[in-house]
Write a protein that binds this ligand. Structure first.
Ligand code: NAI
Ligand code: MG
Length: 501
């Protein structure tokens, strides 16, 4: 069929999904058109062509979703379900995600552009892993007994779900981000309204079908496709929603906080942007460090919140690292996600223009383009393709050094001493992640202690796991997803005082 590149045969399930469009909203267990009938088209970023029409939810649909989610939250089939049974349900969702790996991966690659081998080996299996990890937690959400200063008292705590939770996610890891939030939210007994990004709604919709197949009760998960405004904004302002969990830009994170403050003081957790420092010391294993620094930033075409976009290299090895990085970057094959390429396009024309704007500003600010920097043409001209772009610079105040670009662009500079390095590494509004490459174990730990970031990688970059807490310092957000910490994100504590006298 025409939506796949020549020589690619999509799985029958993928074709069936796309041909049975337009896609609808999941509301109270049914697939429904938006209240005003609005739709938008999801675009394949590899060729700029439309894939399928998708319902665009209005604020009336948010009202409908809140009603469905509130009803399901109060309904015995959900709120009396034991943790063990919720765990079974999550485990079953993971089984089904694995069963449908092929079509979920193809949909992700069509909608987001990323290579099929990444969708099928990273995004989809990791999504399943999140459901399995939180399947285990569902039966282990405990309170405690508290010895207090008064006599004859039994004081205990229980952890209860928040209620109705809005989950607003971005487009860089569409299915995986849905899993990051859905799995712990459901493990804790909440009901949810999920809003995928308008650029990449397809795997969330397919996941909705999977949730129904797994037996998730009607109304427990509602899925509203649509734009940031009105759909996302209506979720964040709605007084019937108890909490919003968001991943996306710092700019929208601020809007979400003020909408929450201006409505019902809903709880908010934010996983926002980054401008993460990645540091190579002269004593590092050079080939590993160079390869690691390359993938730290270019993985997922640079569209990663943790991307190691500020590369600091100790002066004696600066030329060697810069040359190695440029050489490795030039070896990366860019192309359609079905072609065996290492990297796909960026997600949208808007994102491409934003990145090109940053590249232009880097050039005019005096940074040197070592490699890349121009949109790719030829047979890739219809898609949004950019090569890995390496800037060498001496000026940390440049926009390309300070702002999150969210594309395949790295800013490289040299450093001379420890104090300078620490000050410069921390001289950013962000604090999501950091990396350090050195054979000196004490120095690695000293850097981990000194850097203001929620995650630090030593002699590697970018690993994330369902069991390990993840989130930001500073304007990279707050709240920790994954691990036990996410249980705290989706529950509230009730303290019960019993008079034993
Ligand atoms: P965005 O922050 O606008 O979009 C993320 C999600 O928020 C989407 O689902 C969007 O529909 C929703 N949204 C947008 N405006 C909203 C509003 N007023 N209220 C509620 N929800 C809203 O990100 P966008 O525009 O796609 O990308 C812009 C920049 O954001 C990127 O260049 C990148 O720097 C950053 N970004 C960071 C991500 C991360 O993982 N930290 C992910 C995506 C983008
Ligand atoms: Mg936006």
């Amino acid at each position: 069929m025409s939506i796949a590149p020549p020589n690619v045969e999509l799985k029958p399930g993928t074709i069936q999904f796309l041909e049975s469009g337009p896609k609808k909203l999941l509301l109270g267990g049914e697939w429904l058109d938006s209240a005003d009938g609005a739709v938008f088209e999801s675009i394949n970023p590899a060729n700029g062509k439309g894939l399928v029409q998708v319902a665009a939810a209005s604020s009336a649909d948010v009202d409908r979703a809140v009603q469905a989610a509130r009803g399901a939250f109060e309904n015995a089939s959900w709120n009396r379900m034991s943790g063990a049974d919720r765990g079974n349900l999550l485990w079953k969702i993971a089984d089904l995600i694995e069963r449908y790996t092929d079509e979920l991966s193809e949909l992700e690659t069509l909608d987001n552009g990323k290579p099929l081998r990444v969708s099928s080996r990273v995004d989809v299996p990791q999504a399943a892993k999140h459901f399995r990890y939180y399947a285990g937690w569902a039966s282990k959400i405990e309170g405690s007994t508290i010895p207090v200063s008064f006599p004859n008292q039994l004081v205990y705590t229980v952890r209860e779900p928040m209620g109705v939770v809005g989950l607003i996610i971005p487009w860089n890891f569409p299915l995986l981000m849905a899993a990051w939030k859905l799995a712990p939210a459901l493990a804790c007994g909440n009901t949810v309204i999920l809003k995928p990004a308008e650029q990449t709604p397809l795997t969330a919709i397919r996941l909705g079908e999977i949730l129904i197949e797994a037996g998730v009760p009607a109304g427990v998960v509602n899925i509203l496709t649509g734009y940031g405004v009105p759909t996302g904004a209506a979720i964040t302002a709605h007084p019937g929603i108890d909490k919003v969990a968001f991943t996306g830009s710092t700019e929208v994170g601020r809007k979400i906080m003020s909408a929450a403050a201006g409505s019902n003081l809903k709880r908010v957790s934010l996983e926002l942007g980054g401008k993460s420092p990645n540091v190579v010391f002269a004593d590092a294993d050079m080939s590993r460090a160079i390869r690691g620094a390359t993938w730290a930033v270019f993985s997922n075409t640079g569209q990663e919140c943790v991307a190691g976009t500020r590369l600091f290299v100790e002066r004696p090895v600066y030329d060697q690292v810069l040359e190695g990085l440029a050489a490795d970057s030039q070896k990366i094959r860019i192309g359609n996600g079905f072609s065996g390429a290492h990297l796909g396009p960026v997600v949208s024309e808007e994102q491409l223009e934003r990145i090109l704007g940053y590249i232009a500003s880097g050039k005019s600010g005096g940074a040197e383009v070592v490699t890349g920097g121009e949109r790719l043409g030829g047979e890739l001209a219809d898609g949004y393709f950019l090569p890995p772009t390496v800037f060498a610079h001496h000026d940390d105040s440049l926009q390309v050094v300070q702002e999150e670009i969210f594309g395949p662009v790295v800013a490289v500079s040299a450093f001379d001493d420890w104090d300078e390095l620490v000050a410069r590494a921390n001289a950013t509004q962000y604090g999501l992640a950091a990396g350090v490459w050195t054979r000196d174990i004490s120095r690695a730990h000293r850097f981990a202690a000194a850097v203001k970031a929620g995650t630090v990688w030593v002699n590697q970059y970018g690993l994330i796991d369902a069991a390990a807490p993840f989130g930001g310092y500073k304007e990279s957000g707050f709240g920790r997803e994954m691990g036990k910490d996410a249980i705290e994100l989706y529950t509230q504590v009730k303290t019960v005082w019993v008079n034993l006298g």
